[in-house]
Ligand binder design. Structure first.
Ligand code: CA
Length: 441
């Protein structure tokens, strides 16, 4: 999941959906050289149904069966070159028909969006906190063993479980083979990605880690308690309970161990926090929140930055990136390399912040000191496109006008803010758009 491979395309859809849902907080390349542009799990990039304010779609049209059958036949013909036995495919494809709903879901780009504050409030809810505290007790032995084995804070592992599947209550009930075969056969935007995931899923069945009936997941094929894509499973899933199978659907130890393993491989440093809230001094230079402007804690302190709530910080902390998810008026955070490891799971700042904050709260920490700006509103799709169009027209950027606020759009916003002597926080909001409308016709 870590290479710049065909997955680039899925980021555009997966993280793109989150980007618009979170007001464009996603796909922010904080560490441009090392953060892959692609989320580890596709479903993770798409908030669970309760958070998607999308009107009920019309019933999907049936998909043409001959095209589907022809696709399956082509895959059968290549099976041997992909290490798949004919029997595996015969079993997996028996009676298989395409699922038109997943194709519709893959094409959704919601009109309505959420700010980072709204997203965090929904994800780090009282219910998720209460359930998390229960799981902290129930799964204490597993969480302790996972933490000891991989060096990843148990609260972080627990928080990812809570956000990905509500601690296993919402793992997705679609047959993964059906979803991925449908997408591979009919989604013309990224057929190679889906085909690769389908092959990876078929290999899982062939290996005996689970059976087709139990291989359930999201519309995009993200599977089990912590919503691994099949290729992530292939690379990082572990048999933590040592029963001979990597079963992230039925075995909580396997799922949590696999998640911790993935974070460890992604660079998690034991003993370090993901980051923490900070208080910025008056007349602070908000340009320091630009991606790549990392500094050690001592340097931030020298600039007048203080912890919002005092805690002992380890000497291993390393460089810290300033985050302003709601712009200069909202809470500010310094994020460590462990935050980057969470971003490997899902390259969206709001997601990683929600994981980190849920973990802190489950560990007994308190809410953020600074409230989210109550009047912060995410821009509607037409406004996001208008913003991008005017930035390009004004000579502040050259990116695509696609309504997805990524690192390119943010850089263009910063350039505009710098030219107009505004706080350079890169945050897209209505005030900024109004200013742009005045300045750029
Ligand atoms: Ca197992």
């Amino acid at each position: 999941m870590m290479a710049r491979r065909p997955r680039h395309s899925i980021m555009l859809i997966g993280a793109g959906i989150l980007a618009v849902l979170t007001g464009g907080i996603a796909t922010l390349a904080l560490w441009p050289q090392s953060v892959p542009p692609v989320p580890a799990t596709v479903a993770a990039t798409v908030p669970p149904p309760p958070f998607v304010a999308v009107p009920a779609p019309p019933p999907p049209a049936a998909l043409p069966m001959p095209q589907f059958t022809a696709f399956l036949d082509r895959l059968r013909a290549e099976a041997a070159t992909k290490g798949l036995n004919p029997a595996t495919l015969d079993q997996a494809f028996a009676g298989l028909i395409p699922d038109p709903e997943v194709l519709d879901l893959a094409g959704v780009q919601p009109e309505y969006v959420k700010t980072a504050g709204e997203y965090l409030t929904l994800l780090v809810s009282d219910t998720r906190l209460d359930n998390g505290r229960l799981k902290l007790q129930e799964q204490a032995a597993t969480l302790a063993a996972v933490e000891a084995t991989y060096g990843v804070d148990r609260h972080i592992v627990l928080a990812i479980w809570g956000i990905e599947s509500n601690y296993g209550a919402g793992m997705g009930s679609r047959r993964v083979i059906r979803s991925l075969a449908t997408l591979a056969a009919f989604d013309t935007r990224r057929p190679d990605f889906w085909r690769g995931e389908l092959v990876a899923a078929l290999r899982i069945l062939q290996s005996g880690d689970t059976i087709a009936e139990n291989m359930a997941g999201s519309w995009a094929g993200a599977m089990g308690h912590t919503q691994f894509m099949p290729s992530t499973f292939a690379a990082h899933a572990v048999d933590f309970d040592r029963d001979g199978r990597r079963d992230i659907w039925a075995s909580i130890p396997d799922a949590l161990g696999s998640t911790a393993n993935y974070l460890k491989v992604s660079g998690w440093v034991a003993g370090n926090p993901w980051g923490f809230e900070v208080v910025l001094p008056a007349n602070f230079d908000f340009a320091l929140s630009a991606p790549g402007q990392t500094k050690p804690w001592a340097q931030w302190q020298a600039l007048g930055v203080a912890q919002a709530r005092e805690r002992a910080l380890p000497a291993t902390l390393g460089p810290l990136q300033l985050l302003l998810p709601a712009g200069a008026r909202g809470p500010a955070f310094l994020a460590s390399a462990n935050f980057r490891a969470i971003l490997r799971y899902n390259n969206a700042v709001s997601y990683a912040l929600a994981v980190g904050h849920l973990a802190d709260r489950l560990a007994g920490g308190s809410t953020f000191l600074k409230p989210w700006p109550g009047d912060d509103r995410a821009l509607a799709k037409a406004d996001r496109e208008d913003l991008q169009r005017r930035l390009v027209a004004g000579g502040f950027g050259s990116g695509a006008v696609d309504g997805v606020i990524g690192s390119g759009t943010r850089a263009a916003i910063r350039a505009f803010q710098k030219a107009k002597r505004l706080p350079e926080d890169g945050h897209p909001d209505l005030a900024l758009l109004e200013r742009l409308r005045q300045e750029v016709q």
